[in-house]
Design a protein around this ligand. Structure first.
Ligand SMILES: Cc1cc2nc3c(=O)[nH]c(=O)nc-3n(C[C@H](O)[C@H](O)[C@H](O)COP(=O)(O)OP(=O)(O)OC[C@H]3O[C@@H](n4cnc5c(N)ncnc54)[C@H](O)[C@@H]3O)c2cc1C
Length: 396
């Protein structure tokens, strides 16, 4: 059997794993770094709405000026529109809000940077199992050249929502059914799509426990999808809800590229490190539980994972206690916010459609240029005291 050795083995070639590889390789070119991606190519298949905030993205890759955007951007977004259950629209932002990526090109761009920095990014290479041998992990790998083993001083688990790496390392990766959203998404071609805006549509008859989204990819095409909480979906699948949504809102559209996937909407796992192991991105449940967005979070955690593991490799101490600073730094950066967002999500789950409709009406009475989040919050509290428990829970 073919046996290889490396300093850092990264399992998963999504945003988390590729940023971890790139940043670790850039900070120490003497380290041997391997990334394993089981799919035929990084970035495919796409199971994502591909929306990212402008500020978060720019920390990792330069999107370029508006008149000459990077090839991995599908669309620049200048407006956010919330749609209440009754169809009323609330516009809450104007300006450079964010982008819709083309992940079939975005991940290759990150992979190219990781390769250039010295990491070895391998596709069609799947980690099958992992066991601890003294100070190293031995990982069984199925790659195009056959089966083999890689012995690594540190493993970064960046293997996404269906992660097995954490479980192999003995971490508790379980997710409660109420914290798992089922999503479905189609690429929809329709002349009515607003190419500059993302639309988020709420309501129990739209997407129970979640929301529907319309994220433009071109001047008349968009990722149209929704996420639902299975426990509240009346036994119907996300695909069935999406078929209804598309039929109602895009009756003349043509539909292509159908995908389904899960999103973990809980707070971060209690433990994200073990001896010689760090988990990041979706594998560590680092998605924003309120929005379901995880691309930028994955990259931020990948960066922290790179910094922590490179320091541990240099010091020669790769124990869990040496890596624990990763978890603490993540919690300070975003993890503690996610605990609060989770409480807001729980409180909003008790908000019915009529309350959302009333709230939309209130917010729409604020002149658009003055519609900041703080003002929306203040007005909403004065006019809808039933929101108070939501706010109390947020700050508790
Ligand atoms: C329908 C849907 C819509 C979404 N929309 C958005 C959005 O608009 N904006 C946003 O920010 N987030 C969105 N998300 C969430 C976002 O896709 C994830 O949070 C993000 O991709 C997480 O990045 P990651 O690197 O942690 O994991 P992933 O991107 O899932 O990457 C993990 C990689 O690991 C590989 N892998 C898994 N197991 C192994 C193994 N054993 N060996 C080798 N490779 C392995 C997988 O093939 C995969 O390529 C959406 C999710 C879904 C399902």
């Amino acid at each position: 059997m073919h046996v290889e050795h490396c300093d850092l083995l990264i399992i998963g070639g999504g945003p988390a794993g590729l940023v971890a590889a790139r940043d670790a390789a850039r900070s120490d070119r003497t380290l041997s770094i391997i990334v394993l991606e089981r799919d035929d190519a990084v970035g495919r298949p796409v199971r994502c709405g591909e929306g990212v905030g402008a500020a978060g993205l720019s920390e990792f890759l330069d999107p370029g000026p508006p008149n000459s955007l990077a090839p991995w951007i599908s669309r620049r977004i200048r407006r956010v529109v919330f749609r209440a259950p009754n169809g009323d629209e609330v516009r809450v932002a104007e300006g450079d809000v964010g982008y819709i990526l083309d992940r079939t090109r975005f991940e290759p761009a990150l992979a190219a940077q990781a390769l250039y920095a010295g990491a070895d990014v391998r596709t069609r290479a799947e980690a099958l199992a992992m066991k601890r041998d003294g100070e190293r992990w031995t990982v069984a790998v199925d790659a195009s050249g056959g089966r083999g083993e890689i012995r690594a001083r540190i493993v970064i688990g960046a293997d996404g929502v269906e992660s097995a790496v954490g479980r192999w390392a003995g971490l508790d990766t379980r997710v409660r059914a109420r914290d798992m959203e089922s999503c479905a998404q189609y690429v929809v071609d329709d002349a009515t799509i607003d190419a500059d805006a993302i639309v988020l549509h709420f309501g129990d008859r739209v997407a129970p426990g979640g929301y529907a989204w319309v994220f433009p990819k071109g001047t008349r095409s968009a990722n149209v999808g929704l996420g639902i909480l299975g426990l509240r979906a009346g036994g119907r699948s996300a695909v069935a809800w999406l078929d209804d949504y598309v039929a109602r809102h895009f009756p003349n559209a043509s539909v292509s590229s159908r995908t389904v996937g899960g999103v973990i909407v809980s707070a971060t796992m209690a433990h994200t490190v073990a001896d010689g192991l760090v988990l990041c991105g979706d594998a560590a449940h680092m998605i924003n539980p309120l929005s379901g967005g995880g691309i930028v979070n994955a990259m931020k955690s990948g960066r922290l994972a790179a910094e922590t593991t490179v320091a541990a490799l240099r010091s020669g101490n790769t124990s869990a206690s040496a890596l624990e600073s990763y978890h603490a730094r993540w919690m300070r950066l975003l993890g503690d916010d996610h605990v609060r967002f989770y409480r807001v999500k729980e409180a909003l789950a008790r908000f019915d459609d009529a309350s959302f409709d009333k709230l939309a009406g209130t917010v729409n009475r604020i002149p658009e240029p003055r519609r900041t989040l703080r003002r929306i919050f203040g007005e909403a509290l004065v006019r809808h005291p039933t929101l108070l428990p939501v706010v109390a829970k947020y700050f508790a």
